[in-house]
Write a protein that binds this ligand. Structure first.
Ligand SMILES: [Zn+2]
Length: 464
């Protein structure tokens, strides 16, 4: 394709389940993998007269995430009814936010190799998830070939945050970086597990193309319910490829919703613009507006630790952007930080954090001591293998290293040989099995601190 002539225009809508003990508007427990329809009540089953009560923790999580994404926090957010009919929605409407969301607008800044990239956030709002429909004839394996569906209401009413970005991303790579950064931010804040395989993080991806330098946007395709970083990247590439091909054939692009099939790497129309929904939003009469006090917003802001973007920026100085990004995005930067705090040179600290992922916080001072003693990487790896995930004693380790020094062992070996003339004669007579006894004697003399391999080799040399 003429990629120099065309550019992609990508916007994302990401939904993440919030990590709360109970549902958004009732006290049913949120538990994954429990029996179907065992976590329900009159509120989430929409019995007549049942009234919703908002989950305070979900509101706090949303504000915290909004702050981390660089959003303004609304002082007057309103819940609205989004009306549509579907079997997984017993009320006949979803409680969401429409004209007055809790967070937005804002700017999420992503450090890159060349500086940084800003992605506009249109809004981040709070809503409830629908229940889960299971097509009995499909992949459940329970009733293959059946022509009915089952609904599990355990998921109905799960608090959900929807984050809508401006169409500021220009390639699948940029979208991927943005999504991963935001995923890392969400996970570190502790507001969501954001596990794509469990469906707790899903994205709708809007893709269009335009000629470079062109103002405004052309009609877009929406790829619905994407739940893997890889498929999102491939779905964007497929949409860009197919749209450019269509324009170059002289065809028009219609605004539509598409499904991406990862098996064929193709897109199929899900629904076209003419069938677009009109949800007839109106303010939810059973809930008062959310007016978060300034003290609450300040407290939540105070609870946010240094965010991934800030850490990447800080670590770029000592180790360069690529290493900084890898450390932060794999969640290993705190290990490098701990080592550097204990005096290890940054480059070595970063390397060790990436190559020794198992070490624990309490090991950092001991490990720093080992690293500063110029111990070889092999020796270090051996020490880790021997004491995997336990606390390493650098003192023991360094003592052993010192004893393995050949000249330090020499007098001990001479002493053992002089004390055991019979065994020496036996060895020299061709019975090498006796060497084990002599190694044992040296080990005993050194209090077990010597490296048996080194002792073995030195004894052989002396006995030749
Ligand atoms: Zn309930």
């Amino acid at each position: 394709m003429s990629s120099t002539e065309w550019e992609a225009v990508i916007g994302l809508e990401v939904h993440a389940h919030l990590k709360t003990k109970t549902k958004m508007f009732c006290r049913c427990a949120l538990e994954y993998g429990v029996g179907e329809n065992t976590r329900t009540c009159p509120v989430c089953l929409a019995h007549p007269g049942a009234l919703p009560v908002p989950n305070a923790r979900a509101i706090e999580h949303t504000i915290k995430l909004g702050l981390a994404l660089g959003c303004e926090i609304s002082s007057h957010a309103i819940f609205a009814r989004k009306n549509y009919f579907y079997p997984d929605l017993p009320k006949g409407y979803q409680i969401s936010q429409y004209e007055s969301p809790l967070c937005g607008p804002g700017t999420f800044v992503i450090p890159t190799a060349d500086g940084e990239e800003s992605v506009g956030i249109v809004r981040a709002h709070l809503e409830e998830d629908a229940a889960k429909t299971v097509h009995a004839g499909g992949a459940t394996g329970r009733s293959v070939g059946a022509d009915y569906s089952l609904v599990d209401f355990n998921r109905g009413g799960t608090p959900l945050i929807e984050i809508v970005s401006e169409p500021d991303l220009r390639s699948a790579d940029e979208a991927d970086r943005y999504l991963r950064r935001r995923w890392q931010t969400i996970v570190e804040l502790g507001v969501s597990d954001a596990e794509m395989e469990k469906g707790t993080l899903r994205a709708d991806v809007n893709v269009s193309v335009r000629k470079r330098g062109e103002e405004g946007y052309r009609p877009r395709w929406e790829l619905k319910n994407m739940n893997s970083f890889t498929f999102i990247r491939r779905g964007i590439d497929a949409a860009v490829r197919e749209q450019i091909a269509a324009y170059e054939r002289g065809d028009e692009i219609e605004q539509s919703t598409y499904d991406y099939d990862p098996d064929t790497d193709h897109l199929t129309v899900h629904r076209s613009k003419e069938e677009a929904d009109d949800y007839r939003y109106f303010p939810e009469p059973d809930l008062v507006p959310i007016e978060p006090p300034a003290e609450l917003v300040d407290r939540l802001r105070g609870e946010i630790d240094e965010l991934p973007a800030a850490r990447i920026r800080r670590l770029t100085e000592p180790v360069g952007f690529d290493v900084a990004e890898e450390l932060v995005m794999t969640g290993k930067d705190w290990k490098a930080d701990a080592l550097a705090r204990d005096g290890v040179e940054w480059r070595i600290a970063a390397n060790t954090a990436m190559n020794q992922p198992d070490f624990l916080p309490e090991n950092a001072p001991a490990l720093a001591k080992i690293l500063q003693a110029n111990v070889t990487r092999d020796a270090l790896n051996a020490s880790f293998a021997a004491s995997a995930k336990t606390i390493i004693s650098a003192d023991d380790y360094l003592e052993q290293t010192a004893v393995s020094d050949e000249s330090a062992l020499d007098p001990t070996i001479e002493r053992v040989l002089a004390a055991n003339p019979d065994q020496v004669a036996t060895y020299r007579g061709g019975k090498e099995g006796v060497l084990g006894f002599l190694v044992g004697q040296v080990m005993k003399e050194t209090g077990g601190k010597a490296d048996p391999k080194v002792v073995n080799r030195l004894l052989r040399e002396k006995l030749q």
